[in-house]
Design a protein. Sequence first.
Length: 416
Amino acid sequence: MAYWKGLAVRLRGVRLESSYILSTINPVVGLLFALTFFLIWKQQPDRIHILNWALAFSLGSIGFAFEFLNYFNPMFRLMDGVNIFVPICVLLVARGVCLRYTGNAPTRLLLFILAVADLTACWINFVHQNAFGRGLSISVGIVLLLSTGIWAILKTRTRDKIDLGILVALMSAAILVLGRPVLSFFIEGAPKIGVIEDTSFWAVSLKVAGLYSLLVLAILFMLRIAADLFAELNQQSITDSLSGLLNRRGFFAAAEAVALQATPTLPISVLLLDIDHFKKVNDSYGHQTGDKVIQTIAGLMQASVPDNAVVGRLGGEEFGIFLPNTGSMAALAFAESLRASIHLQYHACVPATHPITVSIGLSEGTGENLELLLHLADIGLYNAKDSGRDQVRMAGSEVLGRDGRRRPGKLVLSGS
C-alpha cells in the first residue's frame, strides 16, 4: 500500500515537459509501426525483410520505453534501454534492407559489428567511466550497421524514388547518430555516467533523433511494401500462372512496344508456336501430363530466347515470341533450332513413341503494324500445320494476297 501511495506522489510530481512527452511518443510510435509490419508480414510470410522490420521497431520501442518505466521503477534508465536495444533494432533494420534489395543479408558481419561496438562500450563504461566515449562507440557501431543497408541499396541496378528516399533516410539517420554526441559535447560538455538528466541536450537530442528515424523509416518502409505489392499484383495480371510466361494481355502489351521500334534496317520477327496434336496428349495421358508438357516447352523457350525477346502463352497450346532486331533469316534459324530442341525434349509420362512437336509460323516486321505481323505469322503457322506439322513456315506480305485463310477458333490479332 505504501508503494502505491509513493508511486502516486511521484506521478503527481511529473512535469509535462517536452522530454516527458517524447518519453511516451517514441515507444507508442515504435509499437504501432511494429504491429503494422507484423500484421503485413503475417499476410506475406515469405517476405522475411518485413519480419525483420517488425522486430526492429519492437526493440526500438522497448529501448525508448525505459524512460517511461523509470517513473515506476528507478532501475529502468533511458540510456540503458537505448544502449541495449537500439543497436539490435538498427541491426534488424539493416538486415531487412539487405534482404529486400539483395536477397540475402550479411548476418555474421552485422553481428560482428554489434559485438565489437557493445564490447567497446562496456569497456569504456566500466573501465573509464566515460559516458561520452560509451555513447560515441555505440554511435559508430550504429553508423556501420546502417552503412550495410546503404551499400545494399547502392548495389541495386534500378532504384525508384522510394528507394532513393530510404537511402537518404538511412544516410541522414547515420549523420544524426554520429553528429549528436559530438554536438552535445560542444553544447554541454562530456556527460557523466549515471547523472545524465532526461532534460539534457544529450537525452533530448537522442529522443528526437529516435523519433525522426522511427517515423521517416517506417513511412518509407510501408511505401516500399505497398509499391512491391502493387508491382506483384500487376505482374500477376500479365503472367500466365501455368507456364510462368506472359499471358495474352502481357504479351500483346510488350509486343506492341517492340513492333513500333521496327525499321527496315532493324527489323523484328514474330513467331507463333502451336503444340501439335495437343488434344490427343490430354485425352491419352491426362490433363496433368498436358500441363507438364506446356510447362516444359515454356521453360525451353525461355532458356532459348535472347534476353530482349518477348515470350508469352497466348492461350491453350499456342505461344508467341517476338525477336527484336532480328531479320527473317536469323529468325528462321532460331525457329528451326527451337523446333528441333522441342522435338528431342523428353517429357515425363509421355512415351517416346509419341514425340511432342510444335509447328511454327514466322513473319518479319520492318515497320508494319502489329496486327498485320501477327496475321502473317498465323498464316505461316497454318501452312506448317497444313504441310504435316513439326516444321517452320514463313509468310511474307505477298502471301496475304493469295491466302487469307485463318484457323477456326484462333484469334491472335488482339490482346484484349
